[in-house]
Design a protein around this ligand. Structure first.
Ligand code: NDP
Length: 523
């Protein structure tokens, strides 16, 4: 094993406990660069190029990562191919041991991992802790699969015949992930692929290779054999394309933008290969007139602005029944104005920066579009110029009122701290508006009326539905994914193992007799 990058934190003194709120915690340095991990070795890219990784709160370079090439992607696939036979023959409970060990490490390193996540992705530390915990839950749940649900025995139509369905691993899995949940999304994909006996090439988002390295380091420490899990950092356009265009890759599991997902689906179709695509969202949160105001406002604030709105599940369309519209709007705006925006490592900060300058630019451009569309800018929509926030990619929580659902700000995924309030005459109209989108990831309704709740559950077109809960929280044992342009397939929950295995039907005849219906011709 070659050199590994390590983050070095200036850790607080013991009596400061876990409530860290000092400048010491903001300081860090990266000892070494992030390298590729191929066939059990850390190495530079084949052409030795690198790219910088930034802290979005300061726009300082925090690390350099190897800029992998198509040749590096091929080498990683070679390694995954070579290790497939032995890994797929390793008993599943033994494969699961690696996952359990990684789970334990996640728990031990929880705070350090969360800080790295905040430094690299930007989200507030509390949210980062939540994401690390979600990764822990997922990996522990999936480790349990090593001893569960591996086959079914089923009756046969005939006597003295045994029928069963067994699972076989699929082969080499390419796991391509985005920057907005750079810990939890890889842990949705890599652990089920591995426990099911597949080998993996992991291509993390170029904005967040540091936390990806941490994941790899934990797997190495847990004893993952050489070649079974490989990581190639580098651009989607070269590394990602090389992965998806290699016929040896038998499954592509991807989370990212709908346009990228469509491109991947086209290539996957050419190879007739299996895919899991988790894509964008434009998620409605319906506020019925009888909704509990305070609870609903808080849920809407969190669903719209946590992770600075960079969530595929963000409540970016809040559809409000007329009788409660004025009051709800007033409270939502007041709540948004109280949110504390700043460096996510600082105590009390609720909203961190956007992950990149381009994400900030995109947000600004959509605010301009909203104004040009004559939506009413109720709060936010400005730049920060103070010493701290002026340097980073910060943007305030922004709310547009009087939005009509055909406006671009109501149809396009902005992926920033911008939400829209869309009035509706009644719940029926709200559901109609909610469904008038190309996306279908999550949907939510706040109401005390059981009839409205069930109508919404049945009629809202989305992969996940929430009643009296914001549309952003997911529990790891339930399937996650969307309909329409939000994707294809589901992750987590009971479907995780289905995604990464082929079901094979087995018939065993122990009658040792001719079955006339199998040989209806004359002897
Ligand atoms: P992108 O689609 O830009 O990138 C996602 C990953 O794909 C990155 O690793 C990227 O590499 C890679 N990639 C880009 N182009 C290609 C290509 N041609 N071939 C193969 N790989 C490629 O998405 P973002 O990173 O911007 O992520 C944000 C998006 O993710 C949002 O649209 C959001 O809604 C969605 N998302 C969906 C979720 C869901 O479960 N439905 C959950 C979370 C996010 P590189 O970084 O080098 O460009």
């Amino acid at each position: 094993m070659g050199k590994m990058g390590e983050l070095v934190f200036y850790t607080p003194t013991r009596n400061q406990g876990t409530e860290l709120s000092n400048m010491a915690r903001l300081a860090y340095k990266m000892d070494e660069k992030i390298q590729l991990y191929i066939d059990g070795r850390f190495e530079d890219s084949s052409d030795e190029k690198e790219f910088p990784v930034y802290n979005p709160a300061t726009n300082e370079v925090i690390a350099n990562a190897a800029k992998g090439t198509a040749d590096d992607a091929k080498a990683a696939i070679d390694a995954a191919e070579e290790s497939f036979d032995s890994w797929s023959e390793t008993p599943p409970p033994q494969r699961a041991e690696v996952l359990f060990k990684v789970g334990e490490m996640i728990r031990e390193q929880r705070e350090e991992l969360a800080r790295i996540l905040t430094i690299e992705e930007g989200k507030a530390l509390k949210e980062s802790l939540g994401e690390i915990d979600e990764g822990y839950d997922t990996i522990m749940y999936l480790a349990g699969e090593g001893r569960r649900a591996w086959s079914n025995v089923t009756p046969s139509e005939q006597p003295n015949k045994f029928a069963m369905v067994i699972r076989r691993p699929i082969g080499i899995v390419a796991a391509i992930t985005p920057w907005n949940f750079p810990f939890s999304i890889p842990t949705w994909k890599i652990p089920p692929a591995l426990v099911a006996g597949n080998t993996v090439v992991f291509k993390p988002a170029s904005n967040t290779p540091l936390i990806a390295l941490k994941i790899i380091q934990m797997f190495i420490k847990a004893g993952i054999p050489r070649g079974v899990l490989n990581m190639v950092t580098g651009p989607g356009a070269t590394v990602g394309e090389a992965l998806i265009n290699d016929p040896r890759v038998k499954l592509v599991t991807f989370t990212g933008e709908t346009t990228t997902g469509r491109r991947l689906a086209e290539v996957n179709a050419r190879f007739l290969r299996r895919q899991v695509l988790e894509l964008g969202g434009k998620n409605p949160l319906i506020v019925a007139a009888d909704a509990e105001l305070d609870v609903t406002v808080k849920a809407a604030l969190f669903a719209a602005f946590s992770n600075a709105g960079q969530k595929c599940t963000a409540a970016s369309r809040i559809i409000v029944e007329q009788p409660i519209l004025t009051k709800f709007t007033k409270h939502l705006v007041a709540g948004a104005e109280k949110l504390i925006v700043g460096n996510g490592l600082k105590d009390g900060v609720e909203i961190g920066p956007l992950n990149s300058k381009s994400q900030l630019e995109k947000t600004r451009s959509y605010v301009k579009i909203g104004q040009e569309e004559d939506a009413k800018l109720l709060t936010g929509g400005y730049d920060y110029h103070d010493k701290e926030r002026g340097k980073g990619n910060f943007y305030p929580p922004t709310i547009f009122g009087e939005v009509s659902n055909d406006m671009r700000i109501a149809q396009d995924e902005i992926f920033g701290p911008v939400t829209t309030i869309i009035p509706a005459e009644n719940v029926d109209e709200a559901i109609e508006i909610a469904n008038d989108t190309r996306y279908g990831l999550t949907s939510a309704i706040y109401t005390k009326d059981i009839r409205s709740a069930f109508k919404a559950i049945k009629q809202l077109q989305s992969g996940m539905g929430y009643v009296n809960q914001g549309p952003t929280a997911a529990e790891v044992h339930l399937p996650f994914g969307g309909v329409k342009d939000s994707g294809f397939g589901r992750e987590a929950g009971e479907v995780a193992i289905d995604n990464y295995t082929e079901k094979k039907a087995i018939y065993i005849d122990y009658s040792y007799t001719d079955r006339p219906w199998y040989f209806p011709w004359k002897d």
